[in-house]
Design a protein around this ligand. Structure first.
Ligand code: HEC
Length: 118
């Protein structure tokens, strides 16, 4: 393979790979949601153990969602909205902290998915 050809491949690769690697991926987020979150939350329809997440993008912003998913326990210490949510929660269940949500990329993907349901 000559040098020019190799450089060409590299440039094409960077153009294709970089944006997809950095942009949040709502489809990957759906897979996580369907495996982890769906046990408690619905998006539309009946939500059994936790708030319905339809329209969550109107209630909460990305910054809040990011902090919440990373550690609900931390947010509950200082955030009045979260404290009210817990108080009003009929199931006296609080949202657990998920190991997968410590991962920045996975968290971004789930948030992208949630924000699809404006
Ligand atoms: C074991 C049940 C449970 C699971 C699983 C769960 N949650 Fe929750 N979630 C809750 C509860 C309960 C609340 C209400 C706040 C509280 O009481 O802690 C909540 C609140 C929320 C809120 C704020 C809702 C609002 O109306 O403002 C968001 C967003 C959220 N969860 C997203 C998620 C995502 C994303 C996942 C999956 C990674 C997930 N939850 C998994 C129980 C759960």
């Amino acid at each position: 393979m000559n040098m020019i050809y190799r450089t060409y491949i590299l440039v094409v690769f960077l153009f294709i790979a970089l944006p997809t690697a950095t942009a949040a991926d709502a489809k990957a987020g759906k897979l996580i949601f369907d495996r982890v979150c769906v046990h408690c939350h619905a998006i539309g329809g009946d939500s059994k153990f936790a708030p319905n997440l339809k329209g969550i993008g109107e209630r909460r912003d990305i910054v809040w969602l990011n902090k919440w998913l990373k550690s609900p326990k931390e947010v509950l210490k200082y955030d009045e909205y979260a404290q009210k949510l817990l108080e009003n929660n009929a199931y006296s269940l609080t949202m657990p902290t998920f190991p997968s949500m410590k991962n920045d990329e996975k968290r971004a993907n789930v948030i992208a998915y949630l924000l699809d349901f404006f």
